[in-house]
Design a protein around this ligand. Structure first.
Ligand SMILES: Nc1ncnc2c1ncn2[C@@H]1O[C@H](COP(=O)(O)OP(=O)(O)O)[C@@H](O)[C@H]1O
Ligand SMILES: [Mg+2]
Length: 225
């Protein structure tokens, strides 16, 4: 038996992917016994602080030794990998995630950067998302000016992979602008991928019991359609 797999990607970095993923893991824990969050590729670990892998692990009930690709420099994974002479291989990531899936009810994988950030000279996060054969792929985007372009471009580009995106998650930015709060409705009109949740600014623990997060966690118990 293989547990379900949810991939969390986004339109960029620093937009709230990990924060959302932590809250979603906490919400999922209420529904499934063995829940694990993984960050199989992470850069910028030389800067200290808590890594995304550690944040996701803290929100998990099932703990694994995170054996992914880690790089010190805060640069694109493909660049960090080239500079350190340690190329990233899709097969290695797929094997690592599959091994965790076999032991869990639900595994959540956060991909680094944006959905079309390069991991090597000839592949992108989107290719990894496809290779992982996830049950659900979620795209996090910031609820701010510019997001309509970012989401429309990303969702259209996903069809060229071809990668099926199951839902959009809009994360409220620290500094809201005149578009914040209206982008979900606009994307409902402009984009075929549905908005599954709008995430307010709140600590992870509080977000986990937010109705939008709980509804999303419950719907991930089956394939979103
Ligand atoms: N909804 C939110 N409420 C409060 N703080 C948030 C929220 N989303 C993100 N943050 C904070 O913003 C920073 C960047 O978010 P993070 O989840 O690390 O982004 P990403 O994973 O996309 O790089 C973190 O310090 C995070 O805790
Ligand atoms: Mg992150």
């Amino acid at each position: 038996m293989t547990g379900r797999l949810v991939v969390v990607s986004g339109t960029g970095t620093g937009i709230g992917k990990t924060h959302f993923a932590e809250a979603l893991l906490l919400a999922l824990r209420a529904l499934d016994a063995r829940v694990a969050g993984l960050k199989p590729i992470e850069t910028g670990l030389g800067e200290g602080g808590v890594s995304d892998a550690q944040r996701l692990d803290r929100a998990s009930t099932f703990h694994v030794k995170q054996t992914g690709y880690t790089f010190a420099e805060p640069v694109s994974p493909h660049l960090a990998a080239r500079r350190e002479g340690r190329p990233i291989e899709v097969d290695v990531i797929v094997r690592m995630v599959d091994a965790v899936r076999r032991e869990t009810d639900l595994t959540l994988v956060e991909l680094p950067g944006g959905l079309f950030s390069p991991l090597g000279d000839d592949f992108l996060n989107a290719n990894v998302a496809l290779a992982l054969q996830a049950d659900n792929v979620l795209l996090v985007a910031p609820d701010r000016l510019g997001v309509l372009h970012e989401v429309i471009a990303s969702t259209r580009a996903a069809t060229s992979v071809p990668l099926r995106l199951d839902g959009l998650v809009l994360a409220t930015p620290a500094a809201p602008d005149g578009s914040t709060g209206d982008n979900a409705a606009e994307l409902g009109r402009l984009c075929e991928v549905p908005v599954r949740a709008v995430i307010p600014r709140a600590p992870v623990q509080a977000l986990a019991s937010h109705p939008a997060l709980r509804a999303l966690a419950e719907s991930l118990g089956r394939r979103l359609s």
